[in-house]
Design a binder for this molecule. Structure first.
Ligand code: AMP
Ligand code: MN
Ligand code: MN
Ligand code: MN
Length: 285
């Protein structure tokens, strides 16, 4: 696998701006050879992503980014190489769809109460198959209630803001177990983005490992070199493999553009090695 690797990407099936086919076209043009579409709590884009990957000669791993809870906070677990027909994954998705739709109705109601314009638009979002806060943020920008998406979180949707609704996601250990039961590798996404102390972060990584987690996202979109070093240290200390993912939602945001990621440091075992080996074995058989 000499071409680039990007194992964390979003499409319009969750809160990305490109449909799976357009995303794969961008990856092909960006010299990415191995990728996973990892939409929040849905695998709705997988068939389209795999079909487009086949047309462009790219290797596509079936992926998802599951929302989970640890120490009362939201953490994100990427599942790679999962069997999409696994009952565990179906249940994990159904549970989160229910949570997301319920939370979206609550967010819509709070926005209305807080005097944000566009009640009808919010009601429509709440009925979305996999509504995310990003959908609300974009609607608020379109309605002129925020200058851009980060500002919409700052003003309305973030923690402590008028339309913030906490989500009771399933626990981390159960989430990892579901991914493992579906034959996948669990990756702790963007480990430095959670509001945790350094000690808590180390505990998170070791508990994630103890629960059956495989890897930590050592290289993530927008990370500075010293952050990659910190994430590398966390992975090595916890005995985790390393992953690489841009977490691209919108290729117009340059720091998340696929194909521009730093290389995974050689000190850590790449999580994608297992699929490389499986491919080699199947060629030998
Ligand atoms: P949700 O899973 O519905 O809570 O939405 C979380 C998503 O919102 C994340 O995956 C990001 O894409 C986006 N997001 C969260 N916080 C911010 C922020 N401060 N600025 C921009 N996007 C954000
Ligand atoms: Mn997102
Ligand atoms: Mn995430
Ligand atoms: Mn993501």
């Amino acid at each position: 696998m000499s071409r680039g690797v990007d194992l964390h990407l979003h499409s319009t099936c969750s809160d990305g701006v490109l449909a799976p086919t357009a995303l794969v076209e961008l990856l092909a043009a960006s010299a990415v050879g191995v990728f996973a579409l990892t939409d929040h709590d849905t695998i709705a884009g997988q068939a389209e992503a795999h079909a487009a990957a086949a047309r462009h000669g790219l290797t596509c791993l079936t992926g998802i980014e599951l929302s989970a809870r640890w120490l009362g906070r939201t953490v994100h677990i990427v599942g790679l190489g999962i069997d999409p027909s696994s009952g565990c994954i179906e249940t994990a998705i159904a549970r989160r769809r229910e949570l997301r739709q319920g939370r979206a109705r609550a967010i819509a109601a709070r926005l209305d109460r807080a005097g944000a314009p566009g009640g009808e638009a919010f009601a429509r979002l709440a009925a979305h198959e996999t509504p995310t806060r990003t959908h609300f943020a974009r609607a608020l920008v379109e309605l002129g209630a925020a200058a851009d998406v980060p500002a919409a979180f700052q003003r309305w949707l973030g923690r402590g803001k008028p339309a913030h609704v906490a989500a009771e996601w399933p626990e981390l250990a159960a989430t990892v177990a579901d991914i493992v039961a579906a034959g996948g590798a669990a990756v702790l996404a963007h480990p430095l983005r959670y509001t945790l102390s350094a000690g808590q972060r180390r505990t998170l990584a070791s508990e994630f490992r103890a629960a059956g987690g495989a890897a930590l996202e050592v290289v993530t979109g927008g990370a500075a070199p010293h952050q990659v070093e910190t994430a590398l240290g966390l992975a090595l200390r916890a005995g985790l493999e390393g992953s690489v993912g841009s977490d691209c939602h919108d290729p117009a945001l340059p720091w998340h553009r696929p194909g521009r990621l730093a290389k995974l440091p050689e000190a850590v075992v790449p999580v994608w090695k297992r699929w490389e080996l499986a491919t080699l074995r199947s060629l030998e058989a």
